[in-house]
Write a protein that binds this ligand. Sequence first.
Ligand SMILES: *Cc1c(COP(=O)(O)O)cnc(C)c1O
Length: 460
Amino acid sequence: MALHKTRKPDVDTAEDVFASPLSERALSKRVMPDLPTPPGIVYQVLRNELLLDGNAAQNLATFCTTWADDEVRHLLDLCLDKNIVDKDEYPQTAEIESRCVNILADLWHAPAAGGNAVGCSTTGSSEAAMLCGLALKWRWRERRRAEGLPTDRPNLVCGPVQVCWEKLARYFDIELRQVPVEAGATGLLPHQLRDYVDENTIGVVAILGVTYTCTYEPVAEIAAELDRIQADTGLDVPLHVDAASGGFIAPFLHPDLAWDFRVPRVASINASGHKYGMAPLGVGWALWRDAAALPDDLVFHVSYLGGDMPTLALNFSRPGGQVIAQYFLFLRLGREGYRRVYEACAHTAQHLARQIADMGPFTLLYDGEGALPGVSYTLTDPDAVGWSLYDLSDQLRMRGWQVPSYPLPPDRQDTVIQRVLIRHGVDRDEIELLADDMRRAIRQLDSGHPHDANRGGFHH
Ligand SMILES: *Cc1c(COP(=O)(O)O)cnc(C)c1O
């Protein structure tokens, strides 16, 4: 006998989704509904709501993966129940994570490769940046303590960094010394460093793929300047490379560029597997040159199949599927596959850059050649055209395109720019359609009738 009365859900399984009680009223938004609803109905109703989100394939603002092979979807489904933190229960997932770390160590020329690579997967570059930043802080503090010097005012020197570095600084009490971008430059320049680096500098961050403009900061030249600073002052400042996006582009498109562990001063590197790594959202990578670059204090040891597994992470539980998908992509594409995908992306970016240059009102800041597959540009004379890049973004948005406009970082914030990223899954024809829409939008904005007064009504 039931101890309490239960109400039966009020549904007829033969009912059409859109005649069901759930679809006939607004969804519950503040409190959990009293009764269950069949999953197929909830699925369809939520699917409809999600249509209000932008279309990811037309999101030319994101660096993140928006296209996946069916096999990636199957693997994610297969791994839905695997928690990557449970190394004992899912030893093969742990093994595959370690293979990925070693593959990346080889790709980035770490001396500790060949099975001994030092690194881990993370939820993205942000978590990786936290871990690498903490390692820099710990090493600096150990050194200072050993010399009996104060350790209360650590600073980190960088150019126009992504917000994760501002978070690291705030969360972990580090002064962020952001070097202003010089007129005509797009990132940190070596000659600027001397004024910012001192005995409390835990490290310098160089960016391979500046978020604002898609360009690479000159890692080797920045390292050479730090070598000179060491020779002159004795300060030995390690370099971290934020290769969130460039870490998966440079090895394939610019193999001769020494930006990685080939540069002796580079202590650690982060990259986003879910950006140009092509893995689905939710995976990043943190790698250190060798064990000496990662203080043991930050590593936790868990017992693992009777042995000992070092772990390093801010999160505890995390899905394992993204790491498996990353390994799938390494096996599926190989070096040659990654090269071909990004060569195609770079050619498409350069093709778009030529068209943008021909449209008239723009000055290119980056033409898709030599760094990330993308384009950035600004209005040559914003006052003369009588409309802004924000207006152009709005016009393009009417056709579903998400092309962001934003100001450059502090000291150059008067310059508003626009950026288009070309990723895996963005094809040449799509970009032709975008360029057509840009030309049409410019004509409309130039005519002073952004909403097209000449369109003459609505006909079927
Ligand atoms: C995207 C990005 C980040 C943050 O990476 P997530 O993987 O999104 O956490 C950090 N640095 C740079 C240069 C980036 O482009």
